[in-house]
Design a protein around this ligand. Structure first.
Ligand SMILES: C[S@@+](CC[C@H](N)C(=O)[O-])C[C@H]1O[C@@H](n2cnc3c(N)ncnc32)[C@H](O)[C@@H]1O
Length: 221
C-alpha cells in the first residue's frame, strides 16, 4: 500500500524506534508493533482524505498520523500541531530527514490557533475525548471539511454520547467508519464529523435545545 513511499515509511519507523524511544515519545514495548499498530493503522486513513486537502494533525506527538499521511500523499498540505517542544523538535527532524516538503510543524495548542489556521481535514489520534476534541477541531474546519478522529472499539458509544454536544458546536453530520479491512487487524476505527451549513437537511442539529430547554431551529453561521 505504500508503493514508492515504502522506503520513507520504513525510515520513519526506524526513527520512531530509535530517537522516538530514546526521547520517551514512544514506549519501548511498542517497538515490535510499530509497523502494524501505528504506521499501518494510520496509513489506511488516507483513503478518507480528499485530493489536495489542507490537513491539520492535532496533537501529532511523534507524528501519528500526520507524518504517515504526509509521506504517503505529497498532494496534501499538512500541519503537525503539537504544543510540547520536545515533540516538535523530533517532528522537525523527521520532516527534514524524510524530505517532506508538504509537511510543516507548528508548536501550539489547537484552541489557540483558530484565528490563523484553516483546513479541509483535521486528524487526531489518541488526543482527547470526542466533545473536547470537536471543540478544538470544528472551528478549524472549512464548511464541508471533516474531523477524522482515530478511535478505539468504543467509537460508536463515544459518538452516541457526544452527538448533542457536537450539534451545539457547529452544524455537522457524524458517523463511524472502519478502514483498512484486509490491510490492518483490527481495521482502523475513525469517527468522522463533517461540518455542514445550518440549512443542510443532512445536518444533525435540525432542532436544538436552547439553554432554557425550549427547542429552536439551528442558527445559520
Ligand atoms: C497521547 S499523545 C498522542 C500522540 C499521537 N497522535 C499518537 O497517536 O501517537 C497526545 C498528544 O496531544 C497533544 N495535545 C494535548 N493537548 C493538546 C492541545 N490542546 N492541542 C494540540 N495538541 C495537544 C499532547 O502534547 C500529545 O503529544
Amino acid at each position: 500500500m505504500f508503493g514508492a513511499a515504502l522506503p520513507l515509511a520504513e525510515r520513519y519507523t526506524e526513527l520512531l524506534a530509535d530517537a522516538g524511544v530514546q526521547r520517551g515519545l514512544i514506549g519501548p514495548r511498542e517497538v515490535p508493533r510499530l509497523w502494524e499498530r501505528h504506521v499501518m493503522n494510520c496509513a489506511v486513513v488516507t483513503e478518507l482524505v480528499p485530493e489536495g486537502a489542507d490537513v491539520i494533525d492535532i496533537g501529532s506527538g511523534a507524528g501519528l498520523p500526520g507524518v504517515v499521511l504526509g509521506l504517503l500523499r505529497p498532494d496534501l498540505s499538512i500541519t503537525l500541531l503539537e504544543p510540547l517542544l520536545r515533540r516538535t523538535v523530533f517532528l522537525e527532524e523527521c520532516v527534514s530527514l524524510l524530505g517532506l516538503e508538504n509537511v510543516a510543524v507548528r508548536r501550539g495548542r489547537a484552541e489557540d490557533v483558530r484565528k490563523e489556521l484553516r483546513a479541509d481535514v483535521v486528524t487526531a489520534r489518541a488526543v482527547a475525548p470526542l466533545p473536547r476534541l470537536a471543540g478544538w477541531a470544528l472551528p478549524l474546519l472549512r464548511t464541508g471539511g471533516s474531523l477524522l478522529a482515530l478511535k478505539g472499539e468504543q467509537a460508536e458509544a463515544e459518538l452516541a454520547a457526544a452527538r448533542a454536544d457536537l450539534a451545539e458546536q457547529r452544524p455537522c453530520v457524524a458517523d463511524v467508519i472502519r478502514v483498512g479491512h484486509g490491510k490492518v487487524v483490527p481495521a482502523t476505527t475513525v469517527v468522522r464529523v463533517t461540518v455542514t451549513t445550518a440549512s443542510d437537511p443532512a445536518a444533525s442539529p435540525r432542532t436544538r435545545r436552547a439553554p432554557g430547554g425550549r427547542k429552536k431551529r439551528g442558527r445559520k453561521r
